[in-house]
Design a protein around this ligand. Structure first.
Ligand SMILES: NC(=O)c1ccc[n+]([C@@H]2O[C@H](COP(=O)([O-])OP(=O)(O)OC[C@H]3O[C@@H](n4cnc5c(N)ncnc54)[C@H](O)[C@@H]3O)[C@@H](O)[C@H]2O)c1
Length: 323
């Protein structure tokens, strides 16, 4: 086993807490220092993880001796500034999605990453999902197209409530249209998967519906995208009985693939049955994701999306939300 790799965590809300638990179970990565703009979040974190060093500021955390990587789990607005600070200190950065809603800052950051060959990736967990590998094999650019030509992708999202109950403790940003909403928060994962397999999408039509308060995030999204000859239909809504549904159907000339529940459910109709799709597929994706983070830190090849790929996802997402 290689040396321990020390991680600093900024943003100690719902996702920061989840990642601290995942890091504690990982063999190589270990959280050593934390910081949050809210002192109460730091205090709560130290109750669960008393051995962590509580930094005084983002700069103080990034200056922690022996740190290898920064994990950013704040809402999107500070992602670019925090990334830049970490690059100044020579750290590898693993940032939560959505990358940003500030495309100018993101483009400058990406130019720096490319110029200086910096280590940076974004946490789309589907990047490590076995289901995504199957989609690549069936429809990716190097595929022999065992199911024939892909004609259509359908995606359905439904949430009984937004935010979902497990994210109810998140800040108000998640329920507001400036940074939050299910399109950025959830649809972005599936646009990532779609664009990784097929390339950039063009928004042909999109209609987002909002509450009348002028502030709250979308409650409905109906959209049509095009990628080459493939049409992509998207339907998302808040309300109804389904607690947290996501269902993706990839329809081709000689068969189809259906993925449910964050790619943990995989069904193929037509073609020969793919191997290696047993056990808890979602859990497998999460643990492989951390191994990919180790590879990022060590400068090895990895499957995590870089900032440019994540910005391309966000460009599609913001186009969907632009009237
Ligand atoms: N990859 C995934 O599956 C996944 C799942 C959930 C959330 N997320 C993403 O993780 C990020 C955080 O989401 P969350 O649900 O944990 O939100 P949250 O509101 O629960 O937590 C955010 C935390 O960041 C802190 N914060 C805000 N601004 C800060 C700043 N400038 N500096 C330091 N701390 C700051 C807040 O005080 C809060 O404690 C978002 O980008 C979200 O989209 C990703």
């Amino acid at each position: 086993m290689g040396e321990q790799l020390n991680v600093g965590v900024i943003g100690l809300g719902v996702m920061g807490q989840r990642m601290l638990a995942r890091l504690a179970a990982h063999q190589r990565l270990q959280a050593v220092a934390v910081w949050d703009a809210d002192p109460a979040a730091i205090a709560k974190t130290l109750q669960t993880w008393p051995d962590l060093r509580a930094a005084d500021s983002a700069a103080d955390l990034i200056a922690t001796a022996g740190l290898h990587s920064l994990y950013i789990a704040t809402p999107p607005a500070p992602h670019m500034t925090l990334s830049e600070l970490a690059f100044d200190a020579g750290l590898a950065v693993f940032c939560e999605k959505p990358l940003t809603v500030d495309f100018v800052a993101a483009s400058a950051c990406i130019a720096r990453i490319e110029r200086d060959n910096l280590r940076a990736a974004v946490n789309f967990a589907l990047a490590s999902a076995p289901g995504l590998a199957q989609l690549q094999a069936a429809f990716g650019s190097n595929s022999s197209m065992p199911l024939g030509a892909l004609s259509e992708v359908q995606l359905e999202l439904a949430f009984a409530a937004w935010p979902r109950p497990w994210q109810a403790a998140a800040g108000t940003w998640l329920s507001e249209r400036i940074e939050g909403g299910f399109t950025r928060e959830v649809l972005s994962h599936f646009i990532f998967a779609l664009q990784r397999v097929l390339g950039p999408a063009v928004v042909k039509h999109s209609l987002a519906s909002y509450p009348t308060d002028g502030r709250s995030a979308e409650t409905d999204l109906q959209a049509l995208l095009q990628i080459g000859a493939v049409t992509v239909q998207i339907s998302g809504r808040v309300g109804g009985k389904l607690a947290d549904q996501n269902l993706m159907l990839w329809r081709a000339a000689a068969g189809e693939i259906e993925l449910g529940e964050w790619f943990s459910r995989f069904e193929q109709r037509g073609g020969s049955k793919p191997q290696g799709l047993s056990g808890d597929l979602r859990q497998a994706a999460h643990s492989d994701q951390l191994d990919q983070w180790v590879a990022l830190i060590e400068g090895q090849p990895h499957s995590l999306p870089g900032y440019a790929e994540a910005l391309a996802v966000q460009q599609t997402i913001e186009a969907l939300l632009t009237p």
